[in-house]
Design a protein around this ligand. Structure first.
Ligand code: URA
Length: 431
């Protein structure tokens, strides 16, 4: 291991055997944390070429279980977001592509800190079971074209260990390490095609468009090297996605979007992500045809029906999907009122995400219990005109006090005197 660290420290490319030696040895405890830390720091400073990054990904992916989805007929697709605030895209795009005939087999995670998790959102519907066996998962995708579940098998133990170590050794921010960490988990989950939604801006993992592009390219290259159709879109997280941040609030927004009443940015993202996934699934011949099919699945409510089927198949009370007024509301719904007139220039996603978490919608540590009805609903988005006295957002909570959170939410809105130009949510498409 010393030789491998030294080689990387001095800027040389590693061989496949050396990378395998490190991943296998570290996963089984034969290589100590101090050597793995030195290795991660050497990679942080020296980087890795395309080939080394693919080998690292492949080794990590094979450090644990890999899911065999071959019993599902057709092209299996998956969508992954690098995380943000108000990101309920999977609950919109999954049903839409399934309604168009695609097979989406998705493993999701829980929320932590200012970002939410799809599994938590799904659990705001009573009875919802996110722990399926592999057998149930595969059967459900064959039957209704869509299943979303938590991870049960031991996927990628090498990444689990290395990610935790990187977190405490200042080595998270390395493109080859992030790209291999994300892709090894996605590849182990077994789908044929992957669409990565790489977000940038405040509240996103990547703060700038350039960094997001670098990460997206590295992940697409890994997919290419390892023989999976991998594509990426770069999307804006300079304001929260849609209007709702918080679990049942986001499920309600997903229902509204599938009913043709979604916020503009979420609809635009759904059309693009869904269109690309249909192209990847060989259902649409190109993106334009894919987008038209997605629009049709919104217009004819077949996507909404699929969301109903998803909840029903996993034991959830699907009457909540038919009648969203059944979701309980928080006791306190506090308006956040504009103190000046102008145009919304920015809504700081991180501030909104942290506020939603403090109101009860998220976890500060993995053991915290979530309040499904808590969160934030924005009434104004970037570009909107605001008059002093207008409601900018509503804070939903069952907690008392929290005046500082209300101030934070007000301050999250930057109001400009001049009209503000908006940009489409998708900034680039990498394939
Ligand atoms: N998310 C991951 O899964 N891994 C990283 O390294 C960073 C973000």
């Amino acid at each position: 291991m010393v030789d491998i660290i030294e080689k990387k420290r001095d800027g040389f490319a590693l061989t496949r055997q050396e990378i395998d030696f490190f991943v296998k040895g570290y996963a089984r405890g034969a290589i100590p944390d101090y050597q793995a830390s030195a290795f991660a720091m050497a990679v942080y400073f020296r980087g890795m070429n395309k080939q080394e990054t693919a080998w690292l990904t492949d080794a990590m992916m094979h450090s644990g279980d890999t899911i065999d989805l071959s019993r599902i007929e057709g092209v299996k697709v998956d969508k992954h977001s690098t995380g943000g605030v108000g990101d309920k895209t999977s609950l919109v795009v999954g049903p839409l592509v399934a309604a168009c005939g695609a097979k989406m087999a998705k493993m999701s995670g829980r929320g932590l800190g200012h970002t939410g998790g799809t599994l938590d959102k799904m659990e705001s519907v009573p009875g919802m079971n996110i722990f399926l066996t592999e057998e149930q998962f595969i059967d459900q995708v064959n039957r209704i074209g869509l299943a979303i579940m938590g991870q049960t098998a031991e996927i990628d133990p090498a990444d689990k260990k290395l990610y935790a170590l990187r977190d405490v050794t200042a080595t998270i921010e390395s493109i080859p390490l992030i790209a291999s960490s994300i892709m090894s988990k996605k590849l182990a989950a077994g789908t044929d095609a992957i669409l990565l939604d790489v977000k940038f801006g405040s509240g996103a993992f990547m703060k700038t468009l350039d960094k997001a592009r670098e990460l997206a390219k590295a992940m697409v290259e890994i997919g290419d090297e390892l023989g999976r159709d991998t594509r990426a879109i770069l999307t804006d997280m300079q304001q929260p996605l849609g209007c709702a941040a918080g679990n049942s609030l986001e499920v309600k927004e997903a229902i509204a979007t599938l009913s043709g009443k979604g916020p503009k940015d979420l609809v635009e993202l759904a059309l693009n992500a869904g269109g690309i996934l249909l192209e990847q699934a060989h259902i649409a011949k190109d993106l334009e045809e894919g987008k038209a099919m997605i629009q049709k699945a919104i217009d004819d409510r077949s996507g909404l029906k699929k969301l109903h089927d998803l909840f029903e198949a996993q034991g959830g009370d699907a009457s909540y999907i038919d009648d969203p007024s059944k979701f309980p509301l928080a006791k306190v719904i506090k308006p956040i009122v504009a103190k000046k007139s102008g145009y919304v220039e920015r809504i700081d996603s991180l501030t909104v995400g942290v506020a939603a978490m403090k109101l009860g919608a998220g976890r500060e540590t993995m053991d915290d219990v979530i309040d499904m009805s808590a969160g934030v609903v924005l009434c104004k988005k970037v570009g909107d005109k605001v008059n002093s006295g207008d409601v900018l957002a509503y804070a939903h909570t069952n907690k008392e006090g929290f005046l500082e959170v209300y101030d934070d939410l007000l301050n999250a809105f930057e109001i400009s005197d001049k009209e503000v130009k908006t940009h489409p949510i998708v900034w680039d498409y990498i394939k």
